[in-house]
Write a protein that binds this ligand. Structure first.
Ligand SMILES: *Cc1c(COP(=O)(O)O)cnc(C)c1O
Length: 401
């Protein structure tokens, strides 16, 4: 049965992906089940999305209730859940204002457009340069792939948006060389996710804040992957003690329902007037009812404390694994439950091979950067489930090396 599905996939999909050979039909808690009924421990969580795991009762209850009431209104009118979700975001974060959309790229597109609009209106058209970082990832629209730090994603699509400069991540000197009166915005992930799970240093983010203040540039934190509890805080800027002017959120925000949000300080937000930007689905009642559940759950300090405990536990276990396989695992990185295992580059394609071996053994994991295995389990994972995952990971490494 699974083979038939896989063939149908190949017949019918535009080949933008090369998915692993497994077709899922349902999920429960920390597990996914394939068409044959096999069970997989999900340490991928749909790329750091399914933070409450699968079929979480609180989420299902809220969604069922909303489905029965109303699915969609558009922004020609207002709806109650969007208003409540926006209020929740402004009450729990630095932000004064919120714009809702449906994905991470859309949130970043909105942030970049808003920063440009604000800067050009307030300071004139020459203040338009956007500074970003090598290996960063901000989404797949033409603007966001150009801002992103991997040229392979923006090449071959014709003319690209201009005045975008890439600096070296965690290297403040490289920013000092190019930042100036013509800088409109700096956009950065507090922890580079797709780039290999690489945390920024506190000095780096504070340094960017200071430079943006000095040159009146907008500081944008892309927390699409790091936000909503993923790194042990509602948003990771809290850990760093550095506030951005704009912040983008998506992935875990809907815990499986597509939603994105741009969070903004009041003054900058005013550069968007009625009609300057929009999104049909933005603030969709179903999506914002999911966000209300995830924001409620992940703004609760008890739940965040549990994530930080699970983080300490899994890192401790991984360090033991690293000492057992010194030649294979080079470094354990990350924060909260966004964790990277940098593998030895001498073992060619090792992250890909290890991911496939883990799948065979019933564990779903992600990759990042060039040779990093990325773990992003649901944030409700228990210590016992972490133990099971570590056992499977160990077995998979033994099978591989
Ligand atoms: C996933 C991701 C995006 C893109 O989000 P989409 O919902 O796929 O558009 C942007 N920025 C970061 C940091 C991400 O991890």
């Amino acid at each position: 049965m699974q083979k038939d599905f896989i063939n149908l996939y190949k017949q019918n999909f535009i080949p933008t992906y090369q998915p692993l050979e497994v077709v899922f039909t349902k999920g429960e808690g920390i597990y996914l089940f394939d068409t044959e009924g096999n069970k997989y421990l999900d340490f991928a969580a749909g790329v750091a999305v399914s933070s409450l795991g699968h079929s979480h009762p609180k989420l299902l209850q809220a969604l069922h209730k909303q489905i029965d009431k109303m699915l969609h209104t558009s922004n020609i009118f207002m709806n109650d859940t969007a208003i409540q979700a926006a209020q929740m975001l402004t009450q729990t974060t630095f932000a004064d204002k919120v714009f809702f959309c449906s994905s991470g790229l859309e949130a970043n597109e909105a942030a970049l457009k808003l920063a440009r609009r604000y800067s050009l209106e307030k300071f004139g058209s020459s203040k338009n340069k956007i500074i970003s970082f090598d290996n960063s990832f901000h989404g797949r629209s033409l603007f966001t792939v150009t801002v992103g730090g991997q040229s392979k994603y923006s090449e071959g699509f014709g003319d690209l948006p201009k005045d975008i400069i890439h600096c070296e991540f965690n290297n403040l000197e490289s920013v000092k060389k190019v930042i100036g009166e013509d800088t409109c915005a700096v956009i950065v992930e507090p922890i580079q996710g797709e780039g290999g799970v690489i945390p920024a240093t506190k000095e780096f983010l504070q340094g960017l804040r200071d430079l943006c203040d000095k040159y009146k540039a907008t500081l944008i934190f892309d927390e699409v992957q790091t936000g909503v509890g993923r790194c042990g805080y509602l948003y990771t800027y809290e850990f760093y003690g550095v506030e951005p002017d704009l912040l983008t959120s998506a992935k875990g925000l809907g815990a499986g329902i597509p939603i994105g949000a741009l969070l903004a300080k009041d003054e900058i937000s005013q550069a968007f007037k009625a009609g300057t930007h929009g999104s049909t689905y933005g603030g969709n009642p179903l999506a914002t009812s999911a966000a209300l559940v995830s924001l409620g759950y992940f703004s609760d300090s008890k739940n965040l404390e549990k994530i930080r405990q699970a983080s300490d536990y899994i890192k401790q276990k991984l360090e033991i694994l690293k000492s057992e396989f010194k030649d294979f695992i080079q470094e354990i990185r990350g924060m909260g439950l966004l964790i990277g295992l940098e593998l030895n580059a001498d073992f060619k394609n090792s992250s890909e091979l290890l991911q496939k071996e883990c799948l065979k053994q019933g564990l779903l994991v992600l990759r990042a950067g060039t040779n990093t295995l990325r773990l992003a389990p649901p944030l409700v994972v228990s210590l016992e489930e972490i133990d099971i995952a570590i056992d499977i990971l160990k077995k998979s490494i033994l099978n591989l090396i």
